[in-house]
Design a binder for this molecule. Structure first.
Ligand code: NAP
Length: 523
């Protein structure tokens, strides 16, 4: 399948004279073809089609939506190597990594299909009428969750497949019954184009109403802001920079009808090495840490950007082991020239900071836009005085915080902003200190790990990929895993409705689905 360069607006493919190009971050070479850039007319058309489609799609049998998601997964696989090769050229990510990411992408589409078939996501609650209740009878109350309406999804630069056109936000919104308009990331428009072809093919096979999916590529701020401001749009999913996420939150909350924005933005993912763990495996921890830090050139939102430990010879052993391991890591191409430049700027800032000590750098490289690992250390008391050292440096840069006491460790953790993850490395001897740290860590992060590394996010039912601000703009949800569907649903209660008027799943003789009956959970 060839990359079209078109905008995907419902079933139409629209070409415009105004175009932009992708470039290969490893070579700087311009990649053909030119891509049409969407303007106000295309925003209006895509949003109107999505709004019209919503009224039909939202009441679709969940089985049809499940088949649509499964067909989309099949069609993505049918794109074959061409998809991986285009994504590789546009992002510099290796084919092996992209192959894994494609498996995750189709896996999450299929997982949402399975979730749809359980019916649990409808959140059904039934409080039957109590006509004999004294002093007043109770009315009959029935609740189900319904979709919010069209959702705008911003493709992420660091996951061209799993967090882009058919990624986690799209899968959860489509499963919920919401049409999706994707604002493609300007760094990988060809990858987006190919996946959009797979999705539109699936729409046709499954006879999904036109407008349930559109892709608008473009490289202007006006495109993203125009979509978020459009009255037919009812929610937004975003992964990217703090500046970008906050700009969109501002637009969404300033609308005549404010709407939720689920923005995943900035996280530095603290890892605490407790004394027992450090005394038994300092060297191994140093190597494991560097493997996690440098995976994907550090371009994961769950990258371990901060290490905490008590000062002493064990921490020195860990630091020496990490420094040696980092020196052996060859730099690799970062996703875009801009991301590379902002990484370099962040590392330079730490190198020039009076309180920060440079520990090690990754091996040198002459390659274009290569991110060279960087490891620093700082005394905990200086972190509190210089909070600027805690700003996210997106890439393989990390800071070791040396603590003089347990109290200082807890006090410094208290100074952290919200995080996607927080990790403890411990042995049985550390259980007591770990239990004192835990209340702080769970207040700060969406996922708390023991004896692992935060990179690598499972797509399951119990996963939380979220956390307090600025990890996300709304800590009450997750963008990975089946719970993500909740972001695009809202509850409606039907009081004293006759069966004939009730939505099918709430009727008295409806097939059994998980529900609460008079407060009691029923399968
Ligand atoms: P970005 O600049 O925030 O862009 C993400 C998407 O939002 C793009 O589609 C972009 O449009 C759009 N956008 C950004 N600002 C906007 C605004 N003010 N109004 C309307 N639309 C806007 O993120 P990025 O390009 O992926 O990477 C830049 C930086 O983001 C990185 O250096 C890193 O610091 C951070 N980042 C963080 C994570 C994370 O998970 N924590 C992931 C990726 C990136 P265009 O395509 O037209 O630029």
């Amino acid at each position: 399948m060839a990359v079209t360069g078109a905008l995907f607006i419902g079933s139409s493919r629209v070409k415009k004279s105004e175009t932009f190009f992708a470039s290969n971050p490893a070579t700087g070479e311009k990649l053909e073809p030119g891509f049409s850039a969407a303007g106000p007319e295309e925003i209006e058309r895509a949003c109107t089609l999505a709004w019209e489609a919503f009224h039909v799609y939202r009441e679709h049998d969940p089985e049809l939506r499940a088949r649509f998601l499964e067909t989309a997964a099949d069609q993505i696989m049918a794109l074959g190597d061409e998809l991986l090769e285009r994504a590789n050229a546009e992002t510099g990510l290796p084919i092996a990594r992209l192959t894994g990411e494609r498996a995750r992408t189709v896996g999450q589409l299929r997982l949402f299909a399975t979730e749809l078939r359980t019916g649990g996501w409808m959140g059904i609650r039934i409080d039957p009428a109590l006509p004999g209740r004294k002093p007043l009878p109770r009315v009959d109350l029935r609740l189900r969750k319904i979709p919010l309406g069209p959702v705008v999804v911003f493709g992420a630069s660091n996951f061209p497949l799993a967090f882009s056109v058919a990624g986690a936000d799209t899968a959860s919104a489509l499963a919920a019954g919401c049409p999706v308009i994707v604002k493609g990331h300007s760094a990988h428009p060809g990858t987006a184009d190919l996946v959009a072809q797979a999705l539109t093919e699936a729409e046709e096979i499954c006879k999904v109403p036109e407008g349930v999916f559109s892709l608008l590529n473009g490289n202007s701020r006006a495109l993203g802001s125009g979509l978020v401001a459009h009255p037919h749009v009812k929610a937004v999913g975003f992964t990217g920079s703090r500046t970008g996420g906050l700009a969109l939150v501002k637009i969404a909350s300033g609308r005549p009808e404010p709407i939720p924005v689920y923005a995943e933005m900035s996280s530095i993912n603290p890892v605490v090495l407790l004394p027992g763990a450090l005394s038994t495996r300092a060297e191994a921890l140093g190597k494991e840490f560097v493997a996690s830090l440098t995976m994907g050139v550090g371009q994961f939102c769950t990258n371990p950007g901060l290490i905490f430990a008590l000062e002493g010879p064990d921490l020195e052993k860990f630091t020496a082991s990490a420094a040696a391991a980092l020196g052996d890591v060859a730099p690799a191409t970062m996703l875009t020239a801009g991301i590379h430049a902002s990484y370099e700027k962040g590392v330079e800032k730490l190198l020039g900071h009076s309180r920060v000590k440079a520990i090690a750098r990754g091996a040198e490289s002459k390659g274009l836009h290569c991110g060279r690992g960087a490891l620093f250390s700082i005394a905990a008391e200086d972190v509190i005085k210089h909070p600027e050292v805690l700003e996210e440096v997106f890439g393989a840069s990390s800071l070791i915080v040396r603590c003089a006491s347990e109290k200082q460790l807890i006090d410094t953790l208290e100074h952290l902003e919200g995080q996607l993850t927080a990790t403890l490395h411990l042995t049985d001897d550390d259980l007591s200190i770990a239990s004192r740290l835990l209340p702080t860590l769970e207040r700060k992060a969406g996922r708390v790990l023991a004896n692992g590394w935060p990179t690598g996010v499972e797509v399951t039912h119990a996963m939380v990929h979220g956390g307090p601000f600025p990890a996300t703009s709304d800590s009450r949800s997750t963008s990975v895993g089946t719970l993500a569907i909740e972001r695009f649903l809202r509850p409606v209660c039907y009081q004293d409705f006759p069966d004939s008027l009730l939505p099918a799943p709430l009727r008295r003789e409806a097939p059994k689905r998980p529900h609460r009956y008079d407060g009691v959970y029923k399968a």
